[in-house]
Design a protein around this ligand. Structure first.
Ligand SMILES: [Zn+2]
Length: 452
């Protein structure tokens, strides 16, 4: 285990204030340095097979260990420094992410790997990937097997292909190619943290790395962003709404109170709230999204006995907000709007419970932050940059909010693949996109290492 010296270094904001855009422009990079390009090309087949091996690791939230062990071994064999450890629930308990409902951290290691570095006190760039994936509960709805990668032409199919093993391979490919071309240790830290549990409790895994002492001067969170860097992400909260009624035999239902029928009104109220919230202070970075603040019920359960009116029904889901929204203010508004709407249709507050079981913060990094400018430059120098239409947000919550809020870390979200395929049957990523993003990451790393 290599414990690196840059740990516990305080955030060097002043360093960046003294580092101007001029510094970057005086050291232009017109295309990838020859060595990097060669190293990328030489490892293409290996990277494709790495992606297939990662997909074959069934790393559903709570079961990340096998994937992390595999990545740890791979990193060691490829010359990276590594630090793998096991965090505890007690360690994170003092933080909101730690007391949110989550799968226990037992047997869920975190891994930080890095390019060998001779100057660990220099500003650190950290990539962030979550090691977990969502389950594939109905494999019969897949044309391809979810837990065995299938490669057809350019596409690689399998659970996690785009969320987030494809983006992870882009970062590993870039880091490996740059390290191969250096011919010695790097002069500044370039790290990757592989954190558990993003699909279960957003931010918790990155918190384990922060508490280990890893401090970054900027961060790139790997997620499927259609290959373009994004500079903002959503905050959100998980709600659980319970309705209690009174059970009676269905033939005398007028004597009971039907909790399932009442939950139908809860769903109607949530739909109305989602429409109402569209009109409140929209964010231009999210102008592509027809819904400003999505409210998505993903769980519903009610009824105990057949033939009975249900005396209890619960539903739960996510309310996703804009980066500037205050979680506390919106939590209050959500609760009061829901209770008011339900009271108006005859469901009293005392038959309802509204709980918030998880919250995570959104973030926004300025377009003129150093990492934003480096990324924009890498996109501009990429051979196929026609999709770039200026800065936009990533339309989801993710690990980006953790470091961005806790340490003010300038953070982008970036990776191949699309949210349209994430969590879906026949999830895939185009391998050419994995490669294209790897090349842009390599440019960004190369620039990072050239900064004085
Ligand atoms: Zn993801």
């Amino acid at each position: 285990m290599a414990v690196m010296l840059h740990k516990f270094r305080p955030f060097s904001e002043s360093y960046f204030n003294t580092m101007s855009w001029q510094t970057i422009q005086t050291q232009p990079l017109h295309g990838l340095a020859g060595g990097v390009e060669q190293a990328m090309a030489a490892s293409r087949e290996e990277m494709k097979s790495l992606l297939c091996s990662l997909i074959a690791q069934k790393s559903i939230s709570g079961h990340e260990q096998g994937l992390v062990q595999f990545a740890h071994q791979w990193a060691g064999e490829h010359g990276f420094t590594t630090d793998v450890w096991q965090s505890t629930d007690q360690l994170v308990a003092a933080y909101p992410q730690g007391h949110a409902r989550h799968i226990s951290l037992a047997n869920r290691p975190t891994l930080v790997l890095g390019i060998a570095c001779c100057n660990p006190s220099r500003p650190a760039l950290i990539f962030n990937a979550h090691s977990d994936v969502v389950d594939a509960p109905a494999p019969e709805r897949w044309k391809f097997k979810p837990w065995m990668a299938t490669v057809t032409d350019d596409r690689v199919y399998g659970r996690g292909a785009c969320d987030v093993k494809g983006p992870l391979v882009s970062a590993l490919w870039a880091m490996y190619s740059v390290s191969q071309s250096l011919g010695g240790p790097a002069n500044a830290p370039v790290l990757l943290e592989l954190v558990p549990g993003e699909e279960d409790a957003v931010g918790l895994g990155t918190l384990t790395s922060v508490l280990r002492g890893y401090h970054a001067d900027c961060s790139i969170v790997l997620e499927p962003t259609e290959s373009l860097p994004r500079l903002a992400s959503r905050g959100g909260l998980r709600f659980a709404i319970g309705v209690s009624g009174k059970a009676v035999h269905g033939t005398v239902k007028w004597l009971g109170e039907d909790a399932i029928a009442a939950t139908r009104k809860v769903l109607d109220a949530l739909d109305q709230m989602e429409r109402d919230y569209n009109c409140i202070a929209p964010d231009p970075l999210f102008s592509d999204c027809p819904i400003a603040r999505p409210i998505t019920v993903d769980f519903i359960q009610g009824g105990q006995w057949q033939g009975m009116v249900a005396d209890e029904c619960r539903c739960a889901g996510y309310f996703e907000m804009l980066p500037g929204d205050s979680l506390e203010v919106w939590q209050q508004q959500f609760r009061s709007d829901l209770l008011r709407k339900l009271s108006a249709v005859g469901i009293p507050a005392n038959s309802l419970t509204v709980e918030f079981t998880e919250t995570y913060r959104g973030h926004r990094t300025p377009p003129d932050a150093l990492i934003s400018r480096l990324a924009e430059k890498a996109v501009a120098e990429s051979p196929a940059n026609t999709q770039w239409q200026g800065w936009k947000a990533f339309n989801s919550g993710c690990e980006a909010g953790l470091r961005a809020n806790l340490h003010n870390t300038p953070t982008l979200i970036w990776g191949p693949g699309s949210l349209a395929q994430a969590h879906a049957a026949d999830e895939f990523v185009n391998f050419s996109e994995v490669e294209r993003v790897a090349a842009m990451f390599a440019r960004t790393i190369d620039e990072w290492l050239r900064l004085r």
